[in-house]
Design a binder for this molecule. Structure first.
Ligand code: AQP
Length: 344
């Protein structure tokens, strides 16, 4: 791993409050991967950092969305942030399309980003394969918009799963390039990757990342499905025929379940191996299902309560957008001035 990665639990809280930006696309029902790789960490970070958490709907349309679903999921996404424990009194929560500065800065940064460097992005390659009928320019320039999201707020840290590390690297490169030309305009952000849960894999194909847009619902645990569904899906998760609970190369399914178990219990892989020594996969999967359902129980109950209060959620969105717009405008004005745009 490169040295600019911060492994979450070991990082001491800074003396001066640093800023954090992160987001999730409302491109499906949020999964256990989004929870363990991102949102769970956001909650812990909000006491020590100034945090902005965004529902990134502009990013979501890089893949075709059903408009009514996108609208509904945007509200659901925000409700989930709150249900997971993001406190609107401590953190700014908002919807990306409500703050025009994101698209505006993305245009400028696009003019400082190379075709070659965007071509190397693995997410673009993966998504182009998955959506070969719609390889659009937005999918290609996705990392530029993500760079704009982060740099607009002068974020110091970006909590993400391992899959997004490459996008943080390109953000740093673009920011350094821009600063190299115009002086210190942008803070250079660093990725903040959780120690466990950095990559949760699909339950049906454990060589691949768990994804909310996977058409097969058996492949993911949704944060807001029922307890029974979670237990059943984990029981049916693809493993191997070895029947030994051990973290090892080639045992992707078991490694994935051990990662999930470890994320919820805090137990190390060694401890988990000892706990299930001599026991079969049936016992192990049942235990993983239980801890996972237990770990999500409060979030699910909170979500069921909050989602009914549309006015409350829309209030958070509106307030968040105002604050985000104010902060983002400061950076955008500076950028416009630096590149030579005539002032209004
Ligand atoms: N499986 C995962 N394991 C760990 N972290 C994950 N994240 C997503 N999946 C996993 C983290 O969640 C944050 C938000 O992700 P996103 O919605 O912006 O996009 P994504 O990474 O492309 O997530 P999905 O679920 O796979 O979305 P779709 O299916 O729409 O492409 C990020 O911090 C990501 O690291």
């Amino acid at each position: 791993m490169s040295e600019n990665i911060n492994i979450a639990p070991e990082q001491a809280a800074p003396e001066k409050r640093k800023r954090i930006f992160s987001g999730v696309q409302p491109s499906g029902i949020l999964t256990l991967g989004n929870y363990l790789g991102a949102i769970k960490n956001w909650v812990a970070l909000q006491n020590d950092y100034d945090c902005l958490y965004c529902v990134v709907d502009l990013h979501a349309i890089t893949v075709r969305q059903v408009p009514t679903d996108l609208r509904r999921r945007t509200l659901e996404g925000l409700a989930l942030y709150v249900a997971c424990g993001i406190d609107p009194e401590k953190s700014i929560m908002f919807v990306q399309s409500h703050v025009p500065s994101h698209a505006e800065l993305a245009w400028v940064l696009g003019c400082y980003t190379g075709f070659g460097e965007l071509s190397r992005m693995t997410q673009f390659k993966d998504k182009s394969q998955k959506h070969s009928d719609n390889i659009n320019a937005g999918l290609f320039t996705y990392p530029v918009l993500m760079a704009a999201d982060i740099l607009l707020y002068q974020a110091d840290l970006v909590p993400v799963g391992l899959d997004q590390k490459q996008h943080i690297e390109i953000t740093r490169d673009v920011a350094q390039r821009f600063n190299g030309i115009y002086g210190d305009v942008f803070t250079i952000p660093e990725p903040y990757i959780p120690k466990t849960g950095m990559k949760i894999n699909s339950l049906t194909d454990p060589t691949k990342k768990m994804s909310k847009s996977d058409p097969n619902p058996a492949s993911f645990v949704a944060i807001i499905e029922s307890r029974d569904e979670t237990i059943r899906k984990i029981k049916r998760a693809v493993t191997d025929s070895d029947a030994v609970v051990r973290y090892a190369e080639g045992k992707d399914g078991i490694n994935n379940l051990m990662t999930i178990y470890s994320s919820f219990t805090g137990k190390s892989f060694d401890e988990i191996e000892k706990e299930f020594d001599g026991k079969g996969y049936g016992d192990f999967k049942a235990a993983v299902g239980e801890v996972c359902a237990d770990g999500l129980e409060n979030v699910r109950a909170e979500y069921a309560r909050i989602i009914k209060d549309k006015a409350y959620l829309e209030g958070i969105m509106k307030d968040g957008a105002e604050k985000a717009l104010y902060l983002s405008k400061k950076t955008l004005s500076k950028v416009y001035k630096k590149v030579g745009f005539y002032a209004k």
